[in-house]
Design a protein around this ligand. Structure first.
Ligand SMILES: Nc1nc2c(c(=O)[nH]1)N[C@H]1C(S)=C(S)[C@@H](COP(=O)(O)OP(=O)(O)OC[C@H]3O[C@@H](n4cnc5c(N)ncnc54)[C@H](O)[C@@H]3O)O[C@H]1N2
Ligand code: MOO
Ligand code: MG
Length: 627
């Protein structure tokens, strides 16, 4: 009996951050297993993120053995419901009648079924069905398709022999199934909850912010750092013009453009001899090459880098000569070469470093230092366009460092820190603003800044307070909020949004959170936008051995610990820089790396002395001590 693979994909921000809350996915898997004896099921949970959903669906569709994919959730009218939009582009054929059959059956149970926008269709060899999110809806929809599925698969396979066999196999359990089968494992399978409550199963206020007054949770799912980074690199457009330019640039000149002396010494003819030679002139770097018709017993005094006289072919370095005679002014008249001159010795032939017409860049080079140096060496001037960046610190409590202290106020460290970090990493900040927590001010400033800049790196105002206006302002400006929370410490409310090719990083206001999220998100995005490749865009990651007298309890969130690095016998050791609370900027003093602590788990709940962890390198001079 052939095994048929079903994919069950739960799409829900809530279930993604709290998988235990997913009832529909397991219910669907159970119903499939119960209905068909020869099946295996692959399952996943994703947030309501179109790109992530599409990527997973495509992966499953591309697997030959996955014949049916059923999604649950994300089909409604809530702003983040995008399952049909993620599914449709993948479909080769629309099965609207199947969707209609589901809709008709569901409408008989509840009018709210009219608010489900699920689609059905065929992608390659796979049938894809969007079910709504609630467990009840999943049961009702499955009941509609259950008896149709075997035949649909036979037809899809277009194999008559197999049609009958598969039919028989799949029907084996269906034949004895009652008209409506309840899930014995389910707690409310026979209950008839109110219509609204049932159909609201996945329309979760956690993500829509449309919950009742008792819902005090963030409307954003907490994405893993990796997923959040994937989104950033997918959304931010990489400027490929520098790479293209470097790739196509052929040298307009030879380096060196003339035969050049490698040494300070004497240019001579090799067919001569060692011994006394008359000094007929001096050639300094920059002098035109002399065409003096010289004899074997003559030489030119020459400097490193100077053009060889036309009738000379080698250089004898000054150390291998002796002055025999000087004129009245002290100039050398006669020198003795102590070695036999050989043709070409200590001479760089024309174009020996780089030939005219040869590629200047053997490979793409993202470093501005290297790139501009090479361009200069061939006489090309290029203004390398880096992304235009502005920094904003938000917070009505903020004072500029030059102001006197005031009650209730604190000094703004974030704008200075971010400005200096950009400079440190070779990018310019063209505007720095410090704004109070005021919706209109923030909105107007952003609108004005985005007339010029590509990136705004902002701090503060992204969490749960009633003065945290950043997300609503972005929404009012029609920015797409790609994520608003990340499963990391510090940096949980880290926010990323974009509109066309304008990007917004909302770093949390706590100074250390801003520091960490700048390095892990904003900097890689800026480098990527500037044209750097993916691995160079990220900070380098090394392995460090933890030095710690006491075990340290891991946080439930993966944590990025500031630590200083010592090198001993070629091994790198990391010592944690004191209290890691995200308001304590002192933890960045001497911080060479961010150690990546995993989130606490049943298997690992403490970080111990001697543990080895990956760590992101924060600075070029990242070793604080050699032992
Ligand atoms: N109810 C909840 N409250 C908070 C949560 C949460 O999940 N639920 N998250 C906490 C986390 S984690 C962080 S991090 C912060 C992030 O807050 P915001 O981004 O909204 O930033 P603010 O509230 O404006 O400020 C937080 C903190 O940082 C100080 N700050 C702000 N800007 C600066 C600056 N430029 N220089 C120096 N210090 C600054 C500010 O005074 C606050 O003390 O939210 C938690 N709350
Ligand atoms: O994540 Mo917050 O950034 O803990 O301080
Ligand atoms: Mg706040």
């Amino acid at each position: 009996m052939g095994i048929i693979t079903f994919g069950v994909l739960t799409i829900s921000d809530t279930c993604y951050s709290e998988p235990d809350k997913d009832r529909s996915g397991p219910c669907l898997a159970h119903l499939i297993k119960q209905a068909f004896s020869n099946t295996q099921i692959i399952e996943a949970i994703l947030p309501d993120e179109r790109d992530l959903i599409q990527r997973e669906l495509r992966k499953w569709i591309d697997k030959k053995d996955v014949r049916v994919i059923i999604t649950t959730g994300g089909t409604g009218f809530a702003p983040r419901d995008v399952t049909p939009e993620a599914t449709k582009p993948l479909l080769d054929k629309d099965c609207s009648q199947l969707a209609m059959a589901i809709a008709i059956a569901s409408l008989q149970k509840t009018k709210l079924a009219a608010l489900s926008r699920g689609v059905c269709g065929i992608a390659g060899n796979t049938l894809v069905l969007n079910f709504p999110g609630s467990e009840k809806a999943v049961r009702e929809c499955f009941e509609v398709v259950r008896d149709l599925l075997p035949h649909a698969l036979h037809l899809l396979n277009n194999d008559l022999g197999l049609v009958q066999r598969t039919h028989a196999e799949l029907q084996a359990t269906v034949a004895v199934s009652p008209v409506r089968r309840e899930d014995p494992g389910s707690t409310n399978s026979s209950a008839t909850p109110s219509i609204v409550a049932q159909d609201r199963g996945h329309i979760c206020p956690h993500r829509t912010g449309a919950g009742d007054d008792n819902d005090r949770n963030s409307s954003f799912p907490m994405l893993p750092v990796k997923d959040a980074l994937d989104i950033v690199f997918n959304i931010v457009q990489r400027n490929k013009s520098l790479e293209k330019f470097q790739n196509e640039l052929l040298s307009p000149v030879n380096i060196p453009p003339f035969r050049a002396s490698i040494k300070d010494g004497y240019a001579v003819q090799s067919q001569g001899f060692a011994g006394a030679k008359r000094v007929v002139g001096c050639v300094a770097a920059g002098d035109e090459p002399s065409d003096y018709a010289m004899q074997e017993d003559e030489c030119f005094k020459i400097n490193t880098g100077a053009a060889m006289p036309v009738h000379t072919n080698c250089v004898v370095q000054v150390e291998d000569t002796k002055v025999l005679q000087r004129d009245r002014q002290g100039n050398e008249k006669l020198v003795e070469t102590l070695v036999q001159p050989t043709n070409g010795y200590d001479v760089r032939p024309i174009g020996c470093d780089l030939r005219k017409g040869e590629k200047v860049f053997p490979e793409f080079e993202s470093s501005r230092v290297v790139s501009k140096s090479l361009l200069a060496s061939v006489g090309v001037q290029l203004a390398i366009r880096n992304p235009k960046i502005a920094i904003i610190s938000t917070g009505s409590e903020l004072l500029a460092p030059h102001q006197p202290p005031e009650p209730g106020k604190i000094y703004d460290s974030n704008s200075t820190m971010l400005d200096e970090l950009l400079t440190y990493f070779g990018f310019d900040c063209i505007d720095v603003r410090v704004l109070s927590d005021n919706f209109e001010t923030i909105q107007q400033t952003l609108s004005q800044l985005y007339e010029t800049v590509d990136f705004v790196i902002c701090t503060g105002g992204v969490s749960m307070g009633d003065k945290d206006f950043i997300k609503p302002v972005l929404e009012s400006m029609k920015f797409k909020l790609h994520f608003g929370r990340v499963n990391m410490k510090p940096g949980k409310p880290m926010t990323f949004a974009s509109r066309d090719e304008k990007y917004f990083f909302g770093l949390p206001g706590n100074p250390v959170s801003a520091f960490v999220t700048f390095h892990l998100f904003a900097l890689p995005a800026i480098r990527w936008a500037a044209g750097w490749n993916l691995s160079k865009s990220m900070l380098p990651i090394i392995d460090v051995k933890l030095r710690r007298s006491q075990p340290i309890q891991l946080d439930p969130r993966p944590e990025y610990i500031r630590a200083s690095v010592s090198s001993k016998n070629g091994k790198l050791y990391a010592t944690i820089n004191g209290d890691q609370i995200s308001s304590r900027l002192q933890s960045i003093v001497g911080a060479d790396v961010l150690i990546h602590f995993p989130g606490r788990s049943a298997e690992k709940s403490y970080a111990m002395d001697g543990d080895i962890y990956p760590a992101s390198v924060l600075r070029f001079d990242f070793i604080s001590q050699y032992e």
